[in-house]
Design a protein. Structure first.
Length: 216
């Protein structure tokens, strides 16, 4: 008898939870549906299919963290904390390679170099990007130790030919946070340009591999 009384309450709870999920989806202003993911946020259009698609990957936009003057860093300039033009091009190539490898190739899709040829355009940004200075190896090794990792909030949006968003993702990333351990000979491992690019390549592959699983 008691089980019969609990059954309507259980059904009511299930219906209430389902209505809550539908409301959450409807509340998105871009019309995309949230997807379960290991990333902070992934949302995509219903039944999004990139099979055989041609995707243009736009150059990444970077918003740097504000730097404050310090007596210990008075020799540094603002641009010492930023990527130069050649490094920006290297970053764009790295992101495009990781996205193509983890998302496009498994779907028989491909990257195109001209936006007019594309079915979709991917816009990527690194916000609050914080990078230790200098990027290049320095004779003042202690300065490299001021920060053992780079930080950024990675955001991406995929647009169709009409300019409508069909997929969005966001995730906070720390690159090289484990570099503070002792290296060969007991020396602290340096966070240099070599370790930065190596760790960034591995990290971006992980991001897009997680994104790939979220879209399945």
């Amino acid at each position: 008898m008691h089980k019969l009384l609990y059954l309507p309450l259980f059904l009511f709870s299930v219906i209430l939870a389902a209505c809550g999920q539908q409301t959450a989806v409807a509340e998105r202003s871009d019309g995309l549906q949230a997807r379960p993911s290991q990333l902070d946020e992934v949302a995509a259009a219903f039944a999004l299919d990139l099979g055989g698609a041609r995707v243009y990957i736009a150059p990444a936009e970077i918003e740097y963290s504000k730097r404050f003057s310090s007596p210990f860093r008075r020799h540094y300039r603002e641009k010492d904390y930023q990527l130069d033009l050649r490094e920006r091009q290297r970053l764009d190539a790295l992101l495009a390679q990781a996205f193509t490898e983890k998302l496009l190739k498994p779907r028989n899709a491909r990257q195109v170099l001209e936006q007019v040829e594309a079915d979709y355009t991917l816009s990527i940004s690194l916000q609050r990007f914080s990078l230790a200075a200098p990027l290049e190896p320095s004779p003042w090794a202690w300065r490299i130790y001021t920060e053992q990792s780079a930080y950024a909030e990675l955001k991406g949006t995929l647009y169709n030919r009409d300019g409508s968003a069909v997929m969005h993702f966001r995730d906070r990333r720390n690159i090289g946070e484990n570099l503070g351990s002792a290296g060969p000979g007991g020396r602290l491992q340096r966070f240099t340009n070599v370790t930065f690019w190596s760790d960034l390549r591995v990290d971006m592959r992980r991001v897009f591999a997680s994104l790939d699983k979220s879209l399945l």
